[in-house]
Design a protein around this ligand. Structure first.
Ligand code: KG4
Ligand code: ZN
Length: 340
């Protein structure tokens, strides 16, 4: 199918044209990051208004870049949740309006399902597989047996990994969102300079916790203030990154051993992280597991990733009804019930 995909769950307005859930003909992302940076985080009201301003031009550009006319579209895939309700409503209403006007089906997709399948745009992965999703709002381990068939094995009990990165950056005086900058500075630092905690490392579950790590960084900076750029700041970033990657890779290893998985997908904005990419590569090599991590441009929020599950759902008769609403919270495990 030739799909238009739309993403407006947080602070990127994105649209893409994708054929058969595989060929990305265009992908346009308009980021609001610079606007929200001034406030140190995403301001929901501003996000909704910016989506409203940007969505029509972003969709028009996606169609132009793909050389596709509105009348050629065969369906629309759009993020239904989780995310900021007001932001979601902008993309969701537009998707419904296009579907009604063009008399084509549309489907509301879970934002994390999009992240999960982003690597399919490069190379499809055989089911079943284990997935580690690490983003600004999620740190989850899923067992995936098919589209829509997800079982949560573990999750963060407090902050998500990306949130921890952004908070660590904020404590050190960097602009929001600082995750990528912490990663860059970590590459020039000594990961063994400071011994930071590894929360829940040996608690016997597959859950994560990152709030204690953030507190440790706060205490360290209170004791020894850092300047940026500087060696001490680089060392703190490197030690923080090593602690996060140690916990993520230990829990992923436990999940692989527990499930007997032979394939691992790592996805979400934090999958851009250089330390995580190399520790997952080393882990999979050690265990003989096939690893899929999308290229960095597909890890962060984009619309093309939604077209992978979107195409599956629309071509298997799972279009959404026009009465469907957005949802700020949405458990991935409940998707399977809505498909039966
Ligand atoms: O998936 P995403 O684009 O949006 C959400 O769905 O949350 O993830 C954004 C998160 C932010 O917290 C950002 O700081 C983090 O991903 N991030 C990184 C890196 N690049 C983005 N964190 C660590 N290292 C990176 N290289
Ligand atoms: Zn995301």
């Amino acid at each position: 199918m030739l799909l238009l995909a739309i993403e407006t769950s947080c602070d990127e307005t994105a649209a893409a044209i994708v054929r058969n859930g595989r060929d990305v003909l265009s992908s346009v992302i308009s980021s609001q990051v610079a606007i929200h940076a001034e406030y140190g985080g995403v301001v929901p009201e501003i996000a909704s208004r910016k989506h409203l301003e940007s969505l029509a031009p972003v969709v028009t550009l996606a169609l132009q870049d793909a050389g596709v006319g509105m009348d050629e579209l065969e369906g629309v895939a759009v993020t239904r949740g989780p995310g900021l309700s007001g932001a979601l409503l902008v993309g969701f209403s537009a998707a419904k309006a296009i579907a009604v006007a063009r008399k084509i089906p549309y489907v509301g997709v879970h934002h994390i399902e999009g992240h999960l399948f982003a690597s399919f745009l490069e190379r499809p992965v055989e089911f079943p597989f284990l997935a580690l999703v690490v983003s600004g709002g999620h740190t989850h381990l899923y067992h995936v047996t098919n589209f829509g068939q997800y079982t949560t094995l573990g999750r963060t009990i407090d902050d998500a990994a990306g949130e921890a990165y952004d908070k660590c950056a904020k404590i050190m005086g960097m602009p929001y969102p600082g995750g990528a900058l912490v990663d860059r500075m970590a590459q020039s630092g000594d990961p063994d300079a400071l011994r930071l905690p590894r929360p829940l490392l040996r608690d016997g579950t597959l859950n994560f916790s990152f709030s204690g790590l953030k507190t440790a960084v706060l205490q360290q900076v209170a004791k020894n203030p850092v300047t940026i750029p500087g060696e001490a700041a680089n060392d703190l970033c490197a030690s923080f990154q090593q602690a996060v990657c140690h916990v993520l890779s230990a829990k992923t290893e436990a999940a692989i051993l527990q499930t007997g998985a032979s394939r691992l997908v790592v996805a979400g904005g934090v999958a851009c992280n250089s330390g995580l990419r190399s520790s997952m590569t080393a882990l999979c090599r050690k265990l003989g597991v096939e690893l899929s991590i999308p290229r960095p441009s597909l890890c962060g929020d984009n619309a093309a990733m939604l077209a992978v599950p979107g195409d599956y759902y629309l071509s298997h008769g799972h279009a959404s009804p026009l009465s469907l609403d957005v949802t700020a919270t949405w458990n991935m495990d409940s998707i399977k019930e809505s498909l039966t």
